[in-house]
Design a protein around this ligand. Structure first.
Ligand SMILES: [Zn+2]
Length: 211
């Protein structure tokens, strides 16, 4: 009886000690970890290597069950760690590019199908991205959003401003051409069909006035 009382006393004492010295204990643990980092790392590396398939399938099934949660978490993390992500990318650029290349050549067909799917779902978004990237490189700057381009298409009844064609695929033409320093802001954009756009080439022609 006395023994168990003592045990209880000791446990209570330890618990109180741990509570009272929380920071001290954490600091000591951290110190210990830093001192023995290599051991810890190699131990966990070995564990990971030994249980690779198991961990992989566990992570996979966890992801499948918590898809939305994981995605949101990742999105949030990405949004708040832009600088770190960029630094990491710059630091490991060659490795990443090489890995991407290898992945692409191994999964060419699959990647292409996915790309096409994504492109046809978000066509105007890609068009907008492409143009703002182009004028960022040329120094013209600016950029329009998919919504802005859609509004512009609606304003001109989805017609080519040059030939008036309604059935053709309309592209975003720079009124002041990119080569002449034109920006990608929406006020420098007019919808033209592909053939009118390529016929216009790098000339400054504003077809909006005829509308
Ligand atoms: Zn046209």
């Amino acid at each position: 009886m006395e023994q168990s009382n003592k045990k209880r006393e000791k446990a209570a004492y330890l618990q109180k000690y741990r509570l009272d010295n929380k920071d001290k204990i954490a600091a000591r643990k951290r110190e210990y970890y830093i001192e023995h980092k290599d051991t810890f790392c190699s131990r966990s590396n070995k564990y990971r290597a030994d249980h690779r398939e198991e961990l992989k399938s566990k992570a996979k099934s966890y992801y499948a069950e918590h898809k939305e949660e994981c995605r949101n978490q990742k999105r949030e993390w990405n949004a708040t760690h832009k600088k770190e992500i960029h630094e990491y990318y710059v630091h490991r650029k060659e490795v990443i590019l090489k890995r991407n290349k290898e992945f692409f050549s191994k999964n060419k067909d699959r990647v292409n199908v996915k790309r096409r799917e994504r492109y046809s779902k978000n066509k105007t978004k890609y068009v907008a991205y492409y143009h703002s990237r182009r004028t960022r490189k040329s120094g013209g700057g600016g950029g329009f959003t998919a919504e802005e381009f859609n509004v512009l298409l609606g304003k001109y009844n989805h017609k080519c401003l040059c030939c008036g064609s309604k059935d053709a695929v309309l592209v975003a033409d720079h009124i002041v051409p990119v080569k002449l320093g034109g920006s990608s802001n929406i006020d420098n954009i007019q919808p033209l069909c592909k053939s009118c756009n390529s016929r216009k080439r790098d000339r400054y022609i504003d077809y909006r006035h005829g509308q």
